[in-house]
Design a binder for this molecule. Structure first.
Ligand code: KIV
Length: 272
């Protein structure tokens, strides 16, 4: 039987072309196995710097180093064959200047073989987004609630709850699109503002806590699997994986203590 040809990997321009069409599906992913499982269901996987909180127990994304993003980015590009892989630029790796951003983003692209990077910020990052895209690095922008600014915002605060905030956020969206971002994450935004931005800009909006009006959705995989101890209001748990893990570990502990594991089928015999 002839082998089926390898599937083409989804690209950043493919995502842009989905504006206004069927919803774009995405999840975060930090390791090879879950990337391989998610690959056939999602359009892109984000190696989010949320991995610092989810996998490494940091209180925010601020301490995440670039090398850690690269290590997890490599794992995800090895696990996923079809989905576009986007790797987050961590705090301190891109804000200083377009040249600093290019140097670090190029390293991420070379060492992980991802198809795009993501960075946080609206108007203040527009010049950098243009600089990177003109030099071959597709950029996903991220506006609204930007977790790397947690210390300036005074917490993980929903944006656009009062109309006086809208013009500033709408302008952020317009400027990142004009600068060449191929898509923009809208995080924790009031519904009518997310709808207004989605209708106004020519690139896809990817919502996380930003309503069903966005062109696509993203969630942190561990949150939607039911593996995170605490989740935001905008998360729906589509599974109870934390409970499955706990039940399996409890059963293992019991079987070890009662010597019913390892059983004969888990044990090597001598070959006579
Ligand atoms: O780091 C992350 O997981 C993210 C998503 C919340 C969009 O940036």
């Amino acid at each position: 039987m002839a082998e089926s040809p390898p599937q083409r990997r989804i690209t950043a321009p493919d995502i842009t072309a989905r504006k206004g069409a069927a919803p774009i599906v995405s999840l975060t992913s930090y390791h090879a196995h879950t990337a391989a499982i998610a690959d056939k269901y999602v359009d892109f996987l984000l190696v989010g710097d949320s991995l610092g909180m989810v996998m490494h127990g940091f209180e925010s994304t601020i301490p995440v180093p670039l090398d850690l993003m690269i290590m997890h980015g490599r794992a995800v590009t090895r696990g996923a064959r079809r989905a576009l892989v986007v790797v987050d630029m961590p705090f301190g790796s891109y804000e200083e200047s377009p040249a600093q951003a290019f140097r670090n983003a190029a390293r991420v692209m070379k060492e992980t073989e991802c198809g795009a990077i993501k960075l946080e910020g609206g108007r203040r990052m527009a010049e950098t987004i243009r600089f990177l895209t003109e030099r071959g690095i597709p950029v996903m922008a991220h506006i609204g609630m930007t977790p790397q600014s947690v210390n300036v915002m005074g917490g993980f605060v929903t944006q656009g709850r009062t109309r006086d905030q809208w013009a500033h956020i709408e302008e952020d969206a317009r400027l990142v699109a004009e600068a060449g971002a191929f898509a923009v994450v809208l995080e924790a935004l009031a519904e009518p503002l997310a709808a207004k931005i989605t209708a106004a800009i020519p690139i896809p909006t990817i919502g996380i806590g930003a309503s069903a009006h966005c062109d696509g959705q993203i969630l942190v995989m561990e949150d939607m699997l039911g593996l995170s101890p605490k989740v935001a209001k905008f998360v729906k748990e589509f599974g109870k994986v934390g409970k499955v893990i706990e039940d399996a570990i409890a059963l293992y502990a019991e079987e070890v203590r009662t010597r019913s594991f390892p059983a004969a089928e888990n044990t090597y015999k001598v070959k006579d």
